[in-house]
Design a binder for this molecule. Sequence first.
Ligand code: TTP
Ligand code: MG
Length: 386
Amino acid sequence: METTNHTSSHQSASPSARHILHADLDAFYAAVEVLDDPDLAGKAVMVGGDPENRGVVATASYEARVFGVHSAMPMRTAVRLCPHGIIIHPRFDRYRQLSRAVMDVFHEFTELVEPLSMDEAYLDITEAVEAGRLPLAVALELKNTVHEKTGLTLSVGAGTSKSVAKIASDLHKPDGLVVVAPGEEREFLAPLVVGKLWGIGPKTGQRLRADGIETIGDLASQSTGWFQRRFGKRALDVQSRAMGEDREPVRTEREAKSVSAESTFATDLTGEDNLYPHLSRLAGRVAQHLEGKQLKGKTVTVKARLADFTTFTRQTTLPYPTGSDTVILETAWRLFSRELTPGRSFRLLGIGVSGFTEDEEFQLPLFGEEQLIGDGATAQRSENPT
Ligand code: TTP
Ligand code: MG
């Protein structure tokens, strides 16, 4: 196990410091396949769709990643890069089962668990630390308990904010453990590339680099006025994240108001063939997040930004709550395809689901979900020129 402690040995936090863990299972779907078939251990495992059928890699074992295989890559490309790779079709029910077992372990450590997807969550462990435990000890126990109870390994980052914890957990994957001590956030973040910061996508990263801002340290040393000019409404958020000082609370499932995913493209895109795959991927991500949070919502929102930065949203409310990627995608596509006039060029797409049900249980529709989404939905329009 790799254990890195970016700390000086003493950990006297200021009284108000929070202590947050970000935990993320390693190569989740592939790891489950290895768990259930030990013959696969140490082999290049690629979980995903059929290469003959334009299938996509959901995830790959670290042995396959060495060859350049990664999530969202066409399986055909993966097979070319890693011909000896073993392709396995996903078994979502089994992944959900293990996800629940892992989340149950998280809940043994604190009530304050914010799942982000099936294999990832924030844990606020401030209470345990205030009771005298070191974040490092809690993180180690979390890793050990998950491994004992499920056989899976995870990477954990610990810090005084969600963004620092998340960056830390990603740093020494797989089986990583990185603790950033209170007061050392800026030093920890400084050498990392700006793209590691939540909210800095490839395009923003590229523009910052053009201005000589490569690292989070370069970013953090800019003036407040510069952040304001550069990021407008988002200035304070970006600045506080760059300085490792963001105050975003860990939100338990019930507090979530909406679940969304968006992406800015490396180049502006036109046409159904180019845009549909992105919408499909976003729908999958949103469905995965909903699944992780055990939520279903009735309202589906599509957000789009044109090449000229005009931004608009289109929204519809379904007659029943859903968490299904198919329903979300079909609904989003129905909303979006109306906006897809020939030649119209898009720089960003996003999908959100909101309007969560209060009840744990709700009536399933008598018809299949897919049949229902065609009718019964009401559309709203809203525009905002950001
Ligand atoms: P991730 O945590 O992003 O990836 P991972 O757990 O496979 O690998 P890592 O060690 O880097 O954390 O996603 C969790 C699971 O979600 C992943 O096992 C498969 C699924 N997934 C997709 O289906 N499509 C995707 O594009 C991504 C990124 C993940
Ligand atoms: Mg993972």
